[in-house]
Design a protein around this ligand. Sequence first.
Ligand code: BES
Ligand code: ZN
Length: 590
Amino acid sequence: MCIQHAHDPHSFFRSGQPQMVHVDWIACPIFDRHVINAIACITFDRGGEKTCLDIRDLSITSIVDENNGAIDFKLSDPHPVLGQSLLFMVPENPCVTIFYETSPNASGLQWLVKEQTLDKNQPFLFSQAQYLHARSFIPCQDTPSVRFTFAAKIHIPKTARSLMGAQFVQRFEYPVGERCLEAMEMWRMPQPIPAYLMAFAVGEIADRAIDDRCRVYAEPGLVEAAAKEFAQLGQMVNAAERLTGIPYPWERFDVLMLPPSFPFGGMENPRLAFLTPTLVTGDRSLVNVVIHELAHSWTGNLVTNATWCDLWLNEGWTVYLEWRITEELYGREEALLQREVLRWELERDLEKFARAGQNEFTALAPRLTDMVDPDDIFSRVPYCKGALFLVVIEGYVGRERFDAFMREYLGRFKFQSVDTAQFLHFVSQKLPGVLEAVEAEKWVYGVGMPSNTPTESSTLSASVTSAAASLCVPLERWSGSQWGLYLKLLPRLVPPELILELDRVHGLSTSQNTEVRFAFLLLALESGYDGYNQLVDEFLTKIGRFRYVIPLLKALANLPNGRQLARLSFDRVKGGYHPITVAQGERLLR
Ligand code: BES
Ligand code: ZN
């Protein structure tokens, strides 16, 4: 069945135009020039009409039809957020071949020299397509409401290995010149996915099997520890299957640990979730991130938001499922603890938007225009407010009815896109009267938090909250999540004596747990204490996760004379950062 959505402000594609259904992609990454030479053979659902693709910083060499006949194309002027549109007539046989090269500045790629990897043996390349970055490495209809299958051939140095969020087909090695061998690796993705879920990586990568359908990939030096950290992947997938009532839809659930410059905690690329190496703490305290990416396999990857204005349908549902899986595996109190951590992060985001006069972005379904880059308004609103909205509905109808509803929803919209209006309509049909009872209008279109926001707290947070309120140095043996919450809950400013005492007793500034180390350094900076600036600098040099880098830079900039300090630090470290992190840092410090 075909559903008409409002048009996606973040793509040049318009529904009604011929739509891409398959891509055959040949990619030759050239490591010394930081470009990919590529050929994309795109098949459309019909021909004889004009269509357009999204591109950003691509140089298009030519477009030809099945007989190698040149196809005329028109490029729009670059748009500050969207890139360019590539407009052409789709031939009767609706298949075109596009020859192109990426730019060294492609926003969706990071090229690392070997010194920037953990093992420092070989250069590394990886993609990150969400939200609008697929168009910087492949011409495509870069909207979550268009899905396509693909097959890919990636040419790589013989010493390297490629990975894709796809099924591995085969590797060939072939001679180039006298002694040098290169390899070509083939992949295929039989299930249709939106462009933002296309993903690949090239580098020195080892692997460890966890069970029949889960495997951990990482640089050789990290792979053992990562396999230990994620030994429970199989149980997580089983729990998610039980909850959703839908067998895992992507055949395998593998994870790839990226180099430390990976800008996110995780990215839900189907079949191959991408993860920051900072999740490997030794105590499994950050496994919620992998549970989150796994949950996206149903909520996001199977049932997909129609546009980025409906992001809460991806992230809110996923956080909700993440909490439910956590509850199954680690108990209700742990799930509630995670809820409190996210709730605190949301509170900070709400304050940030209020200060910036941008309360409109605290609605679950904000009306974004083409001039708002979704990267620039990243916040916990779609995540936490979205999940809490579902918790409120669950609370009203009871868990049993809610679970039946969730399964029906996932079944009804699988391999399709949904917008907010459609979701609300579905709720009103399946759970009549509930939208009114929970004041859904306020949740979805209103700003800030509605008065029926759930406030339940965990028994695991009781000692944390009271220690934070009384400004005392806790003596308990806390988990990583409890420490993280404590440090986040402490008021700004705390006296330097407390900071130093916390560090003396618990060694927080050198914690193996990056989340704890981050929260501690942030507390110190936000309390105006500059005694850890050296450690902050080392942190920023090593780790490029944007959720750590941006708050630390912001806190640095707020110290007396801090702007200069932050600028200097940023300029020194940004060479190692991902383009997304660089762009956000520049935005902050400009
Ligand atoms: N899809 C997101 C990551 C993302 C967000 C990529 C925005 C591009 C733009 C992923 O599923 C995610 O939400 N990751 C979170 C972790 C999670 C536990 C909340 C992150 O990276 O912080
Ligand atoms: Zn997510």
